[in-house]
Design a protein around this ligand. Structure first.
Ligand code: GRF
Length: 213
């Protein structure tokens, strides 16, 4: 096994990026923030109206907005965002419904330290509207993936996955009602595992994430 993805002295500091309602952020705030040495030290969004920001403020967590229109190029915006996170000394960046692709330069600032939650069993149905894609395909098994973020779209190494059989599902709402509670369990669990240094990469196959007891 090679480099570990977490394990630092003192508090394990998390920055969360979210664009939407922020139910995954809420799960992080409720389940890991202030526990086991884990602290959410900042929540940033591309959207000033993201409900996630209200949730962060209600929990007393610092917030910031980096709207696309404030910068001529994505690279400049991501640089400002990375600076904001680095100023808060984050150990891990968690994408919880963040709807922007991050630049290679941003990712190089936080190597193997950016994770995302996706409502499908990757590598099936990456990108937007994963649940709609899965329904259109007619799958019988849906699921959730928590993965490390690389330069592709939902293509980084898989950390945690859980499947759910829904052979009769017809609408996105039906599927999401089953997937949301799984997301809210897996994302905090992934954070806990990384924070306690239980996550590493298989030297023989760096795509394979190894989780120790
Ligand atoms: C979740 O379904 C997540 O899988 C996807 O974006 C959604 C965010 O939901 N990446 P919320 O804002 O956390 O409620």
């Amino acid at each position: 096994m090679s480099a570990q993805a977490g394990q630092v002295e003192g508090a394990f500091r998390i920055g969360v990026l979210a664009s939407g309602t922020g139910t995954n952020l809420q799960a992080i705030l409720d389940r890991v923030h202030g526990r086991e040495g884990i602290e959410v030290v900042g929540v940033a969004s591309d959207r000033p109206d993201a409900r996630a920001l209200e949730r962060a403020r209600a929990a007393g967590v610092e917030t910031a907005v980096f709207p696309p229109e404030a910068h001529a190029e994505r690279e400049a915006r991501d640089r400002a965002l990375a600076d904001w996170l680095a100023e808060r000394s984050v150990d891990l960046v968690v994408l919880a419904g963040y709807m922007q692709l991050l630049s290679p330069e941003f990712l190089s600032r936080f190597p193997a330290r950016v994770i995302n939650v996706h409502p499908a069993l990757l590598p099936a149905f990456p990108g937007l509207d994963a649940v709609d894609q899965a329904l259109a395909y007619g799958v019988k098994v849906f699921g959730v993936t928590v993965h490390f973020v690389d330069e592709g779209v939902d293509s980084g190494p898989v950390l945690l996955q859980r499947a759910v059989e829904l052979p009769d599902a017809r609408t996105p709402d039906e599927v999401l009602a089953e997937l949301r509670p799984i997301e809210h369990e897996l994302l905090p669990e992934a954070i806990r595992l990384i924070a306690r240094g239980a996550v590493s990469f298989d030297a023989a196959n760096p795509r394979r994430v190894v989780i120790s007891d």
